[in-house]
Ligand binder design. Structure first.
Ligand SMILES: CC(C)(COP(=O)(O)OP(=O)(O)OC[C@H]1O[C@@H](n2cnc3c(N)ncnc32)[C@H](O)[C@@H]1OP(=O)(O)O)[C@@H](O)C(=O)NCCC(=O)NCCS
Length: 188
């Protein structure tokens, strides 16, 4: 367990993982579409077990830069900053909403914006980037709404169910965040 700031922009809160979150993670299981968006093959992916859910909770709680995405006091997903390179003031963002009923409601966009606020305003980072499979149109649209720009393509870097797909590399710089963020936080 580690301390980490609670970040909130109602209805989305980014917070520490709690013991009860594992039950909700287990209830949601592994949605076939999410498995595919992570580059897995749903036909060859084992169902999520109680042990997997508890391990997810434990890892999220132990990582100082990983938050549970909470809506209405319920864990719906995770967002984290990883691959931190302090000398270059950059990190990589990863997000996953495991409750499929919560997709497409704007929660991911606000969770990403809160994580970027922490990255740029609290950690003083210069750059945050990510990689996303080329067919993840919802993810790419959400990242673009948060100011990520497409920077390149890692060609045929993922073999998914016997076919090659490319990873899109997207990134946002500190000055780009500062240009966009006032409008996000004033938008209420
Ligand atoms: C990717 C993810 C985090 C996005 O979060 P979300 O809350 O579903 O996304 P939001 O509702 O904030 O934004 C999605 C945007 O994509 C748009 N969108 C949805 N499906 C789309 C499609 N097929 N093509 C283009 N745009 C699409 C929506 O219209 C919305 O934009 P709008 O608000 O301007 O209308 C979430 O869907 C998720 O976790 N998916 C499963 C796992 C995953 O893909 N993780 C990321 C791996 S890189």
């Amino acid at each position: 367990m580690c301390s980490k700031p609670i970040l909130a922009w109602p209805p989305v809160t980014l917070r520490q993982a709690r013991p009860a979150d594992a039950n909700n993670r287990l209830r949601c299981g592994r949605h076939p579409e999410a498995t595919r968006m992570y580059g897995g093959d749903p036909a060859n992916t084992a169902p999520l077990t109680a042990q997997d859910a508890e391990e997810w909770r434990r890892q999220t709680a132990a990582d100082p830069l990983a938050w549970v995405i909470d809506v209405a006091d319920r864990a719906i997903g995770t967002v984290r900053l990883h691959a931190l390179r302090p000398a270059d003031r950059c990190a990589r963002l990863a997000i996953g909403i495991f409750d499929a009923d919560c997709w497409g409601r704007g929660y991911g966009t606000w969770a990403i914006r809160l994580a970027l606020r922490h990255a740029f305003e609290t950690m003083g980072l210069h750059r945050v980037d990510l990689r996303v499979l080329e067919y993840n149109e919802r993810g790419i649209a959400a990242y673009a709404k948060c100011g990520f720009r497409r920077e390149g393509l890692e060609r045929e870097s993922a073999l998914v169910a016997g076919r090659w797909y490319s990873d899109v590399i997207m990134g946002i710089l500190e000055h780009e965040y500062r240009d966009l963020a006032p409008a996000w936080w004033a938008d209420r």
